[in-house]
Every structure is written in C-alpha cells, then in structure tokens.
Write a protein of this length. Sequence first.
Length: 288
Amino acid sequence: MALWSGRFTENVSEFTQRFGASLPVDKALYAQDIAGSKAHAAMLAKAGVIAQVDADAIAGGLGRVQERIEAGEFAFDVNDEDIHMSVERALIADVGDAGARLHTGRSRNDQVATDTRLFAKQRCEDLMAANVALRQALVKQAEAHPDVIMPGYTHLQHAQPVLFAHHMLAYVWMLARDFERLAAARRAADASPLGAAALAGTTYPLDRQMTAESLGFSRVIPNSLDAVSDRDFLLDLSYACSVSCMHLSRLCEEIVLWSTAEFDFIELSDAFSTGSSIMPQKKNPDFA
C-alpha cells in the first residue's frame, strides 16, 4: 500500500500506479528533496513537535540515502510513485519509527513545490554562470581582433562594413539581457512554500521562516493556497531559456554560414568539427 493509502481497502491498480508515477522524472530532485526534509526535521525538533533524537536520526538517515543515490547504489522503484515517497520509504527502512515522523505537518504538495523551487534556483544559477562565461569568451574574441573589418548583412546581402569586434559585442549585449531574465526567474523562484502543507497550512506550530532561511530562500510565500499552486516561476525560467536559445541559435547559424566555402570567414578547429564517410573534403560545423 502507498504511504497515502490510509483510507483505502485495496491496492491501486498497476496501470494507475504506472500512469501516475513521476519518479522517472522527479528523481532528479533527490538532493533538493533531502535538503528540504533535513530542514523540516530540524524545525520540527526546535518547535518541540518531534524529539531531537528523532531529528538527529532523520538527518543521519537522509545523509545515507543521498550517499547511496550519488554512489549509484540506490534502487529506485516505480511503486514509490515519486522521489518524496522513495526517499521517505528508504529513510524509514533505515531509521525506523523516527523516519515515519518526518512527514509531520507536511504534505507532498508543499514538498514538491519546495523541491521544484530549489531546483529552479540552482538551474538559474548554473545558466547565469554559463552566460557570463560565454560573454567573456565573446569579449575575448573582440579584443583579439580589434581591426578586422567584415561586411554587415541584411537579407544575406552586403549592406555596410562593420568591425568583427562590433559584431561579437552585439551578442554580448543580447546575452546581458538574457542574464537579467534568468536573474528575474531566480528571484521569482526564491520564495519558500514549505509549511503550507496540502493547501491550508497545519495546526502544528511550524516555523516557516526557519526552514526558509535554512534552505537559502529570501522570503516565505504568505498565502498557503498560492504557495502550493504557483508555478509562474517555471514559466519565467522557460521564457528566459527560450530567448537565450534564440540568441544562441542566431550565433550558431552565423558560425555555420561563416565557415562555408561561399563565405569563408572562419575555420573551425578540428576538435569542434566532423567529417564525412564518403566526401573527404567535408569539414562540418556540426556542434553549431
């Protein structure tokens, strides 16, 4: 029986289990799920809801679960339905009754919302770092070729002469705007829903500010209904990524064109090119 099956008298069908399982996707959230659970357990102990000895056992058990996952020794079972139940089941198997107290005052609703926000924040930070690295590379190219003149195009026709450096820096400005969109998406994700429970909070004396600070959130979402239902921040991140991909696609298309025999502006390193099994003269800009 599933962890949520308290009122049920028979097992869910295999089809329903497979259809509803999110574990193949959300197991990527294991680190965020474990971090949220550690913060929740520590808060429960401080609030006197569970004993400190139980919180310590939970923290130790969660650490061991994470070690097993990262070592590739954890057997994910689709019967666990999602990462939350998978981790909790393994925790209970490890530490016993203490592990069963972890879910006190918490729902999978605020749990998945917390995990997703933590994951989105981390991905924003990763993308922002990559964005900065790419801008630095483009500036380096501009600085290395300050006097190179090339044709500027409209409709793929020669239009006006421009500096290669000027062309590279156009992408720097595009990427700078992309960075701001990613930063805005991160700010949107940077709010804690933990403690909202299923939708209307709980009668347990939870300290939402404590868990928010422990998890690195800048603020708590004040409305419990909004806390568990809001996914606007994911739309913000999707939009930021979409615009970034449009700019990257534009740059890649120019790399493809410039490396053709017709344009012959650049030659890519062999390390970033491919060939042909039948046409030995080919040097393909496949990565672009």
